[in-house]
Write a protein that binds this ligand. Structure first.
Ligand code: UD1
Length: 422
């Protein structure tokens, strides 16, 4: 298994461009299942999770042209006119939970889907009850047998669906299914993440009638068929914010380009409260490292609140801040696995249920650490960049799921970081 070795303490200087959003790309690639016409997607990041999605789609019978993407060009062409298999296996869904999103589109277009349930994952139990409840309300018959969901519906019909909590995945699955249902579907208490808006934009280019995405209430008027499209995915706000944290931790002067600042409002407000110097304009976000970082309390919330996907990175910043900060995780029940690893690097973090009490220390020191999930792994890289001495991050396959060319991007900014092939 590959490792990432970082010699900490090098100031970061220069410009880094944000890649396309993983969490927008995954549902959008999967939404190609709703049409039989070719779909052209642009700005798709080169990530292991994207490859998993392509494998999943190919297994269903979608013809995948990834030549440009493999060469780093970012384009993927999908031809979904010969879909003949309606099953997503345990192996694929277990590797990547977003695979579960094929359920809605397969059911809506073909009337049948056999999809493995994802099971738990490193950060929590993550059930799919809301996806299933919504589809049942649209008239699907759903049975769970041997770890698989078997869903059938001659024709889905529009329904009024209330989500008990604004689940990103459930909103996406239901929005896709509703696009080909008969009649109008209303999703109340929908997730409002920018990735939902991007999926709605792609669906509407295909001829769907989705209104209100980005707000609490999404209305989808079903249509009888959808067509092909060309769509460029939005930039990855979590990758962008992770680089901004790196700049705040150890930047001389770092410019993160390609970011859409409006997607990161809550995050920027917290950084400013922490005394971080940011200048935000059309060129991107410029961040200057500070000698004194103030401690701030942070609570993760659904969008537009502070993103759970930035909690681990923020914890690193608070680890070297002046004072005590309380970080409260409200989205996932077990998303603090990075805390013990950061403590091994000299941080002072005490966990109390869903709260982490972080006492800022003067400095972190390099150590061998282990990545446990995607965002935890990038937090260890960030800690390694600011720590004294050498940090060795193992299990970096987590990192490769969601950060495109991360060591190259940090090297270009002046970090001493390298990958050792395992
Ligand atoms: C997506 C993101 C992930 C991010 C998360 C929350 C993708 C591919 N992944 O994951 O990076 O951390 O949003 O912003 O876009 N829940 C239920 N029942 C359900 C569905 C969800 O109880 O049917 C719970 C989950 O257990 C979790 C919370 O809702 O505690 C949020 O999950 P959800 O918004 O669905 O996250 P994902 O779509 O899995």
């Amino acid at each position: 298994m590959d490792k990432i070795i970082i010699h900490g303490g090098r100031r970061l200087e220069g410009e880094v461009a944000v890649s396309g959003s993983k969490n927008a790309a995954l549902p959008i690639l999967i939404s190609s299942l709703l049409t039989s016409e070719p779909c052209v997607y642009q700005g798709i990041p080169q990530l292991v999770d994207i490859n998993t999605a392509l494998k999943l789609l190919a297994g269903l019978g979608v013809v995948v042209d990834k030549e440009s993407w493999v060469k780093g060009g970012g384009d993927i062409i999908l031809r979904p006119d010969r879909v003949r298999n309606f099953e997503a296996s345990y192996d694929l869904v277990r590797t990547m939970r977003a695979s579960f999103l094929v359920l809605g589109p397969l059911l809506a277009r073909f009337g049948y889907a056999h999809v493995s349930t994802p099971g738990g994952c490193a950060i929590g139990t993550r059930p799919v009850n809301l996806h299933l409840k919504g589809l049942a309300e649209m008239g699907a018959t759903i049975e769970q047998v041997h770890g698989y969901v078997e869903a059938k519906a001659k024709k889905l019909r529009g329904a009024q669906i209330y989500l008990d909590l604004p689940s990103v995945g459930a909103t996406e699955n239901l929005m896709m299914a509703a696009s080909l249902a008969e009649g109008t579907t209303v999703i109340e208490n929908a997730a409002k993440e920018p990735e939902i808006e991007d999926l709605a934009a792609a669906l509407n280019k295909m001829g769907a009638r989705v209104e209100g995405a980005g707000g609490d209430l999404i209305r989808v008027e079903g249509v009888s068929s959808l067509g092909g499209l060309t769509h460029r995915v939005i930039p990855d706000r979590i990758e962008a914010a992770s680089f901004v944290i790196a700049g705040a931790l150890i930047g001389g002067d770092v410019l993160v380009t390609g970011v859409r600042p409006a997607h990161l409002d809550a995050f920027f407000i917290k950084l400013k409260e922490a005394g971080i110097e940011l200048s935000i304009d059309a060129n991107g976000v410029r961040v200057k490292g500070n000698n004194t970082i103030k401690s701030v309390d942070v609570t993760t919330l659904p969008y537009p609140g502070f993103p759970t996907d930035m909690q681990a990175q923020m914890m690193v910043l608070m680890s070297v801040a002046d004072g005590v900060s309380v970080i409260t995780e409200t989205i996932f029940e077990n998303r603090f696995m990075h805390a013990q690893e950061l403590d091994r690097m000299g941080a002072d973090i005490r966990l109390e249920g869903n709260r982490a009490v972080v006492r800022g220390v003067k400095e972190l020191s390099g150590a061998p650490v282990m990545a446990t999930d995607l965002r935890a792994s990038v937090s260890l890289v960030l800690a390694g960049l600011v720590a004294n001495g050498t940090t060795e991050v193992s299990r970096v396959y987590h990192l490769d799921r969601g950060y495109e060319h991360i060591e190259k991007k940090f090297s270009k900014l002046g970090a001493a970081i390298e990958r050792v092939k395992g």
